[in-house]
Design a protein around this ligand. Structure first.
Ligand SMILES: [Zn+2]
Length: 165
C-alpha cells in the first residue's frame, strides 16, 4: 500500500474499486508532497485543523471524536446543519455519522473516478472544508457544462450575426 503504480491506478475503471483504493490508503504515506514530504491523506488533513478553508475562509476542524456525532438531533443542536446549493437543509454525513460543516476534506481537482492515476498526485489534491466540497460537486462536470454553454452561445451568436440564406 505504500507504492502505487499510476498505470495500475489508470487500469481501475469502476468507481467502487477506485473508492476502495482511496479509502484503504488513508493511513499510508501515499502522497509525495513537495513541502510536506511523504504523507498519508489523514496526516495531510490533520495539518489543516484550525486553519481557514481556502474557499470560504471559515476555520476548519479535524478529529472525529470532537467534531462528529451519531445522533442527528445532537448534530442539529451543535449547528452542523446548513443549506445546500438547492436550499435544502443538509448535514455532512458518512455512514451513520454526522460531521461538522467545516470538517477538513482532501479534494481531487480532477475527479478520481475520471482520472484515477492522479489520485495521489499532490498537484491534483487540495484541502477544502466539507461544506465547500459539497457545494463544489463534480468540478469536471461543472467546467464541461460551462464550455458547452459557451459553445452553444457562440453558435447561436454566429447564426444570429450571419443568418443562413
Ligand atoms: Zn469552506
Amino acid at each position: 500500500m505504500t507504492n502505487f503504480n499510476p498505470q495500475e491506478l489508470a487500469a481501475l475503471y469502476l468507481s467502487d474499486d477506485i473508492n476502495d483504493v482511496w479509502q484503504a490508503s488513508q493511513n499510508y504515506a501515499v502522497i509525495d508532497h513537495p513541502s510536506l514530504g511523504k504523507i498519508s491523506p489523514n496526516q495531510y488533513r490533520v495539518k489543516y485543523h484550525q486553519k481557514p478553508c481556502p474557499f470560504c475562509g471559515q476555520k476548519m476542524v479535524h478529529g472525529k471524536s470532537a467534531h462528529s456525532t451519531n445522533n442527528q438531533q445532537e448534530a442539529i443542536a451543535r449547528g452542523y446543519q446548513y443549506l445546500d446549493k438547492n436550499g435544502n437543509k443538509i448535514i455532512n454525513r458518512a455512514g451513520n455519522t454526522y460531521f461538522h460543516p467545516h470538517y477538513v476534506t482532501l479534494d481531487h481537482k480532477l475527479n478520481k473516478a475520471r482520472c484515477p492515476e492522479r489520485m495521489f498526485d499532490p498537484a491534483n489534491l487540495q484541502i477544502m472544508c466539507w461544506k465547500c466540497n459539497n457545494l463544489k460537486g463534480d468540478n469536471n462536470a461543472y467546467e464541461l457544462q460551462h464550455s458547452l454553454n459557451y459553445l452553444q452561445d457562440l453558435a447561436e451568436e454566429t447564426l444570429h450575426r450571419y443568418p443562413l440564406l
